[in-house]
Ligand binder design. Structure first.
Ligand code: AMP
Length: 423
């Protein structure tokens, strides 16, 4: 028996109600804030990720799905959504449009991680990106949007962590003092952090190991080392967030797992904080588009993980609208009425009535059981008695009431009843 690969899962129809709910909320929110949808390919030139997310990060060092295609080109499954959006922005000349260009996406991302609850090898992200604008008001708007997204889903107890990691002018100075601090504790560092000390010191602050966390607590704080412009930017973001009544907590150890961020970084946490719990994260990435060969272009964005959101929706026992059920089920009493039943089912669908046609020549009892388990609102029964007078029996599955109605009137009657029941 084949199974879905480790760290991936099938989304069955019952589960799909959650996905639809979250994706629709995201789409409504993006429309409200002026973001337009885009889709990028599932795989890209591997360097799009290796050069931007950068070595020294777990994503690039350990987690990429990289393969060669038959032409020998090195490709990677999409590891995250931002770099592909920037690639598309450059490739299609979106920098020629009025800036900022606001885009959103929803789709899978692939990372070779150790699977556990909330951590998978294929997960799904919804993300929104605003490209071509440096105004801190946009950082605040993106953070507010993230906040409103979780509120609109009905999740409670959500918090936002905020930090600034400076720019290419002030960060190197900070990294020097950070390295000095950590060098004096070198022997106590975990093997990963020993490597980070030379390859990617900022990520030292993010280590989840208890011994490294102790060292991080006493580490110099990046907000104290920001240049004047970065300080002003960070202050403005905070002021705008207060104006927008979006709550946040400053966290000077927040650095994010991807290397392209500049200035603002933020993460959204659920009430139960565990290792794998972060619901979403984002920030400013003013150097990324230039790193991909474009002109220096400021940008800011956010992405959230659908699986973790759904785990939280379930954990908080929120009522999710079920997937729509069939309006009608067409049953037939014997082979000779099957053709007529099929014609009726086809006509009902043309009239936009969601209809299931019974198949398999089951007994009436079997057909009714099937209609019931599918949750159909009405069942139409075609048999000799009905057919003789060009009639059908319409059964309301909720009340159990039955009525004989002319075949020619079926669609109109069902439509008007469905309409009345929605009032
Ligand atoms: P990132 O691109 O790492 O900032 O991730 C954005 C969001 O995607 C995270 O906050 C998580 O909600 C989700 N996420 C990231 N990696 C995984 C994973 N391996 N499994 C499930 N969700 C993930």
């Amino acid at each position: 028996m084949y199974k879905a690969p480790r760290g991936t899962s099938d989304i069955l129809p019952e589960e799909y109600a959650y996905w639809k709910y979250v994706e629709e909320k995201a789409a409504v929110l993006c429309h409200l804030y002026g973001y337009r949808p885009l889709n990028t390919p599932i795989f890209e030139d591997a360097q799009l990720f290796t050069k931007t997310v950068a070595s020294g990060t777990d994503i690039v060092d350990k987690e990429m799905y990289i393969f060669e295609d038959k032409s020998g080109q090195e490709l990677a499954l999409r590891a995250e959504g931002t770099a592909p959006v920037c690639r598309a922005y450059l490739e299609h000349g979106l920098f020629n449009l009025a800036q900022p260009v606001k885009l959103y996406y929803s789709g899978p991302a692939f990372r070779y991680e150790r699977p556990q609850s909330g951590r998978y090898r294929q997960h799904h992200q919804v993300g929104f990106e605003a490209l071509g604008e440096a105004d801190p008001a946009l950082d605040a708007e993106v953070i507010e949007m993230g906040w409103q997204f979780f509120r609109s889903l009905g999740l409670s107890g959500i918090s936002i962590q905020l930090n600034s990691i400076g720019c290419k002018l002030c960060r190197p100075g900070y990294l020097e003092v950070l390295k000095q601090h950590y060098s004096s504790y070198k022997d106590r560092l975990c093997p990963d952090c020993k490597a980070r000390l030379t390859r990617n010191p900022l990520r030292l602050l993010d280590c989840k190991k208890a011994s490294c966390q102790d060292i991080a607590k006493s580490a110099p704080k990046i907000p104290d080392y920001l240049c004047h412009e970065c300080q002003l930017h960070f202050q403005s973001v905070q002021n705008y967030l207060r104006t927008l009544r979006t709550p946040f907590q400053l966290n000077h150890r927040l650095v994010r797992g991807l290397d392209y961020y500049t200035r603002t970084v933020f993460e959204v946490e659920p009430p139960e904080k565990e290792g794998q719990s972060t619901l979403g994260g984002g920030g400013r990435y003013d150097d990324l588009i230039e790193a991909l060969g474009g002109k220096p272009t400021p940008a800011v964005g956010f992405a959230a993980g659908l699986e973790r959101i759904i785990l939280n929706l379930k954990g908080q026992h929120l009522d999710i609208p079920p997937l729509p059920q069939p309006d009608a089920f067409v049953a037939y009493l014997g082979q000779e009425f099957k053709i007529e039943a099929m014609k009726i089912a086809s006509e009902l669908r043309k009239a936009e009535i969601a209809t299931i046609m019974a198949t398999g020549d089951k007994s009436l009892k079997g057909q009714m059981r099937q209609a019931n388990s599918l949750g159909s609102t009405y069942v139409l029964i075609l048999g000799e008695q009905e057919s003789r007078n060009k009639n059908a029996t319409l059964r309301d599955m909720k009340s159990g009431e039955q009525q004989t109605i002319p075949v020619a009137e079926i669609a109109n009657i069902i439509k008007s009843r469905l309409h009345d029941s929605q009032k």
